[in-house]
Design a protein around this ligand. Structure first.
Ligand code: 6AU
Length: 262
């Protein structure tokens, strides 16, 4: 049987059992974009301006709402309007890491009410499978999806070997899990999406341990589905629209090369 990474996003969208993943894969096909913007900016105005500028070029906007100094409910409403205007999904990169009962409260309530507006969120499975069950209790009925942090991009990260393997096993058996944060395709047991951070066309890394690889390595060689790019798009002196176009083109070309190989 052909690997899922040798099929088109459109074909996978048609066959996928999870409505959110069908929506994600068909958005990617429609926009010809496997680019997610990591919008790590500090204010509401900056986030909205960036999402409006770059929105036409991305399939997913990735947020860290706890970075936003003036977060409020209006920010969420405006982000949702931009998601509809530009046709992208929203991924709140919350990296839950507590016991099931606590993450349930953090995901559904609190200041951010993440489950009400984020199509996708993610978690570490360090507490065990109960974290997935707790998040699913809140998110499954809302048609949300969860990514497991099977690997990380930073230097010296501890998510390797048996820990990564346990992530894959848990993902395969939990329908609320739609995929992984990691550097490659992890399994053929079901069609789980991989989103990869630490992607850059030039930079080798930063002063705090981030490491970058190219879209070619990640998408064409490793079989990952979506590249997550932050400072490569909006970093100092950069033109975010021009950079987003460049990363989108590079990500899509890498995807097309992957299909040609099969
Ligand atoms: O392109 P950058 O380095 O400016 O931003 C990378 C983004 C940041 C990180 O919080 C996030 O990707 N990230 C993640 C995610 C997405 O979960 C995991 C990881 O291992 N490395 C990483 O950088 O918003």
């Amino acid at each position: 049987m052909a690997s899922f990474s040798q099929k088109t996003y459109a074909a996978r969208a048609k066959e996928h059992p999870h409505p959110l993943v069908r929506e994600l894969l068909s958005t990617m096909e429609r926009k010809q974009s496997n680019l997610s913007l990591a919008a790590d900016v500090a204010t509401k105005a900056e986030l909205l301006a960036l999402a409006d500028l770059v929105g036409p070029h991305i399939c997913v906007l990735k947020t860290h709402v706890d970075i936003i100094a003036d977060f409020d409910a209006d920010l969420v409403a405006q982000l949702q309007a931009l998601a509809a205007k530009h046709d992208f999904l929203i991924f709140e990169d919350r990296k839950f890491a507590d016991i099931g009962n606590t993450v349930k409260l953090q995901y559904g309530g609190g200041v951010y009410r993440i489950a009400d507006w984020a199509h996708i969120t993610n978690c570490h499975v360090i507490p065990g499978e109960g974290i997935i069950e707790g998040l699913a209790e809140v998110g499954a009925a809302k048609n949300r999806g969860l990514l497991l942090l099977a690997e990380m991009s930073s230097k010296g990260m501890l998510a390797t070997g048996a820990y990564t393997d346990r992530n894959v096993e848990m993902a395969v058996r939990n329908p609320f899990v739609i995929g992984f944060i990691g550097s490659r395709r992890f399994t053929e047991e079901r069609d789980l999406i991989t989103m990869t951070p630490g992607v850059g066309l030039h930079a080798a890394g930063d002063a705090l341990g981030q490491q970058y690889r190219t879209p070619e390595t990640i998408v064409a060689e490793n079989g990952s589905d979506i590249i997550i790019v932050g400072r490569g798009i909006y970093g100092p002196g950069k033109d975010p629209v021009a950079e987003a176009q460049r990363y989108r083109a590079a990500g899509w070309a890498a995807y097309e090369r992957r299909l040609q190989r099969s």
